[in-house]
Design a protein around this ligand. Structure first.
Ligand code: SF4
Length: 484
């Protein structure tokens, strides 16, 4: 379906709402949802961080970097910079953040971050071009404009940043914290993509999660982003928040569609107060029931796809001419810690507290506290806290999961060319489970390939988990969000 104009939209949304109660229009079969709505990983990495171990140390990380430097064709880099500060807390938040109104707190952290960038940059060969850069948080725009200039300056001095228009430099933005000219500063220092946190426009929901943000404020910020020629605008929403209903979320979606971002993420709120303390501020009785949540999700999928957004998978939607949709069509979409990526072959260098790097066959995570970060950086070292070295079995399972989650299809020959002689034999037990998912209509399978069905796309985490050899061994109900 082509892209619809706003004038068509209101009628369409109305008809969508009216139709939603009609029999036969349910996107999800309720029996399937009951069967497959268990807790499980989101596969931003495989194996997941649950497998990381403190036996992995700085020399292991260094060896991985040197090994990848020595490869015949230098692999490009994707840099992730973690800026953890926020001036207020959103109760639903599961990010690694530090809440403070005192802007001075950022200064010593940034000094250490500059040093880490120097240490890391010195390890990577100059021919390893940076194709992707992402500042995440926390709230990256917590820091001052001068601090933004300085930070990007240090990154440019220590890494070889691509600047030919093909680069993808993105930043997460809290529209409530922007100064008038912050977006033009960000554009000037090289960012071309922005991601705005919205979550929900309903005032009651916003009060219940302690995040007050008017529609007008967000609209103005997006207008400014367009005037500054940002290439891609993303809006983040969350379903399953307290006091949300199908009807309130429909109003939020209407407003978001009017703003016409290139990408929309609709995340499932995972209520895990035993893991994330601030979630204790959310009254359990205010959370929507499982069936209301499902209605909200169905409504979101229906409304967004009806107006032309493509469902990329795992909570992500994009316009059909967006790079994500095109990469998916061409089979070169990949998944990393920030979600979907069009830069499949990059090694990821994470810098700042808690950040995770993915270099060649290893994952490496930095220490989690400011004190530990300060202590190790002051000693002149990269603050590796834990990590994981993948073996051949991990590597091939990672590739299987990546292809399924990105392409919704897996040709066994792709894996056989790289790793094993007979896919069906190697995965004999897994294929029995896959075939039963085929009986449930989630996919079709033959001797050569698996193809995920339209229904199966919404259960992609379940399908991938079949190939996750660690999945059944961990305490999944307390560590992971629900699949649907
Ligand atoms: S959601 Fe964003 S702004 Fe809110 S507390 Fe978490 S990191 Fe900070």
């Amino acid at each position: 379906m082509g892209w619809r104009k706003h004038s068509e939209l209101v009628t369409l949304i109305k008809s969508t709402i009216d139709n939603s109660t009609m029999e036969g229009l349910d996107i999800f079969d309720r029996a399937l949802v009951e069967k497959y709505d268990i807790s499980g990983p989101r596969y931003t990495s495989y194996p997941t961080a649950m497998q990381f171990t403190e036996n992995f140390k700085l020399p292991d990380y260094r060896r991985c970097v040197l090994d990848t430097n020595a490869e015949l064709i230098p692999r490009p880099l994707s840099l992730y910079i973690h800026l953890p500060f926020c001036d207020t807390v959103c109760y639903y938040c599961a990010c690694n953040k530090i809440i403070t109104k005192n802007k001075q707190h950022a200064r010593p952290y940034l000094e250490n971050l500059h040093k880490e960038i120097q240490f890391q940059g010195a390890m990577f060969d100059d021919d390893r071009l940076v194709e992707q850069l992402h500042w995440g948080g926390g709230t990256p725009t917590f820091i001052s404009h001068q601090q933004m200039y300085d930070l990007m300056g240090v990154i440019r001095e220590n890494f070889n940043l691509r600047d030919d228009g093909q680069e993808e430099y993105s930043i997460e933005i809290d529209p409530r914290t922007l100064k008038e000219d912050t977006l033009s500063v960000l554009r000037r220092i090289g960012f071309n993509k922005v991601s705005f946190g919205v979550q929900d426009f309903n005032p009651e929901v916003q009060r219940a999660v302690n995040r007050i943000q008017s529609y007008e404020e967000t609209k103005d910020v997006i207008k400014t982003a367009r005037e500054n020629n940002f290439r891609t605008i993303n809006i983040d929403l969350i379903y399953g928040l307290p006091l949300q209903t199908e009807s309130t979320f429909t109003e939020t979606l209407e407003k978001v569609i009017e703003l016409s971002p290139e990408r929309i993420s609709v995340y499932n709120y995972a209520h895990l107060p035993h893991l994330f303390k601030t979630q204790k501020q959310i009254r359990e009785e205010d959370l929507p029931s499982a069936s209301e949540k499902l209605k909200i999700l169905q409504q979101a999928i229906r409304m967004l796809t009806e107006v032309g957004y493509v469902y990329i998978g795992m909570d992500h939607f994009s316009k059909p001419d967006d790079e994500l949709a095109i990469a998916q069509k061409n089979g070169n979409l990949y998944r990393n810690f920030q979600g979907y990526s069009t830069h499949a072959n990059c090694d990821v260098v994470g810098m700042g507290i808690t950040s995770i790097s993915k270099i060649g066959d290893c994952y490496s995570q930095n220490v989690k506290t400011l004190d530990a970060y300060d202590e190790i950086i002051s000693g002149g070292k990269i603050p590796v806290f834990r990590g994981y070295m993948l073996d051949t079995d991990d590597l091939l399972r990672r590739e299987v999961i990546a292809r399924l989650i990105c392409d919704f299809r897996l040709d066994f020959s792709q894996i056989e060319e790289l790793y094993i002689s007979d896919f069906n034999r190697y995965f004999f037990n897994e294929m029995k489970e896959i075939k039963s998912m085929g009986d449930d209509g989630l996919l079709s399978v033959d001797d050569e390939k698996i193809e995920v069905s339209q229904t199966g796309r919404f259960f992609i985490r379940n399908i991938c988990s079949v190939f996750d050899k660690y999945f059944n061994r961990c305490d999944r109900t307390t560590q992971f969000s629900r699949m649907v």
